[in-house]
Design a protein around this ligand. Structure first.
Ligand code: GLV
Length: 320
């Protein structure tokens, strides 16, 4: 009997076809958003599940789905997984590293540029029909080239951003991370390790690319924002919850920092309402990896993990 897998969200049709060639498939091409109880119900009798960041897999789910053997996340981040509980339950976890690194780094830079150069704010002004003359200081922002780029979290995506900053924009690149990069990687990134305090105090543009864990919850809150330069920008392409969005909205309103660019939010897709009332923030709906080739590569890798593990006993990018 072929294994049965659940695809928890809508996917590319060709990925659905691929999975149907190997498995009995229950899909969700209408992209319904299931409650945890509905997810458990749909998972009954399934050996594998194709997830995105919006399905939480924890001890309750695992305890209620005894047939489940693998959860393949179509995301590099996996804070929706309780990895320890999965390992204890003997359930394989996989994610989609590498295939999204460069695309996500491009977007990180796009958000740095848009934020520093006030692109969203000035476009809103133009679209509102308010532009009636050139003015010497209109939407004057801050330079990206030659400035100091701070990177919190220095994994694959952080390194790809560092290379762009150091080699493309002539930036001084500083980073803070749990561990120091080896010397050749540091040299390739043109990056120098500093303390978190130095990172906060010295960055002209600070970008967050660290995983969301209990330790990184509100890693940037009022106290950290207060240490940043009043001219600085803060960019979050990592996960909501790493920034205290309420504290950030207040800091933006009070000029504690100059501007922010956010692709991820605490409790997304809901936003902290105050973020919608401050002009100096660029807001995007969690699209850092969203180019068609990259999203397809992510879906293909998640599918390959299901096929590799359920049919051949070996996942491609296992987390446990
Ligand atoms: C997107 O946020 C991802 O983790 O891939």
């Amino acid at each position: 009997m072929r294994p049965h897998v659940l695809i928890a969200r809508a996917v590319f049709p060709q990925i659905l076809t691929l999975l149907e060639q190997h498995f009995e498939v229950t899909s969700n091409q209408d992209d319904e958003l299931w409650t945890p109880a509905q997810l458990i119900e749909k998972l009954q009798g399934k050996q594998g599940v194709f997830t995105t960041g919006s399905q939480r897999i924890d001890a309750t789910v695992l305890g209620s789905c005894p047939d489940l053997k693998i959860c393949a996340n179509m995301a590099v981040g996996y804070n929706n997984f309780d990895l320890e509980a999965m390992t204890t339950a003997g359930v394989k976890a996989t994610n989609t590293p590498d295939v999204l690194t460069e695309t996500t780094a491009d977007f990180g830079f796009a958000l740095i540029m848009a934020t520093a150069r006030r692109m969203a704010e000035s476009e809103r002004f133009l679209r509102a029909g308010l532009w009636n003359r050139w003015r010497y200081d209109m939407f004057a922002g801050s330079d990206v080239h030659g400035s100091t780029l701070g990177i919190l979290g220095m994994g694959r995506i952080g390194q790809a951003i560092a290379r762009r900053g150091a080699h493309g924009f002539g930036m001084k690149v500083i980073y803070h991370n749990r561990s120091r990069l080896d010397a050749p990687t540091e040299a390739a990134c043109g990056a120098t390790l500093v303390s978190k305090q130095e990172l906060l105090q010295q960055s002209d543009h600070l970008i967050l690319v660290l995983p969301y864990t209990p330790e990184s919850h509100h890693a940037i809150g009022a106290a950290e924002l207060a240490q940043m330069k009043p001219t600085a920008t803060l960019i979050n392409i990592a996960r909501g919850g790493i920034v205290d969005d309420a504290a950030l909205a207040l800091a933006l309103k009070n000029g504690v920092i100059a501007a922010a660019g956010l692709d991820v939010f605490e409790g997304e897709p809901a936003l902290h309402p105050d973020l919608l009332t401050v002009p100096n923030v660029v807001l995007t709906p969690h699209i850092a990896s969203a180019t068609l080739p990259t999203r397809l590569a992510m879906a293909q890798l998640a599918a390959d993990n299901l096929i590799g593990f359920l049919l051949h006993g070996k996942a491609v990018t296992a987390l446990n």
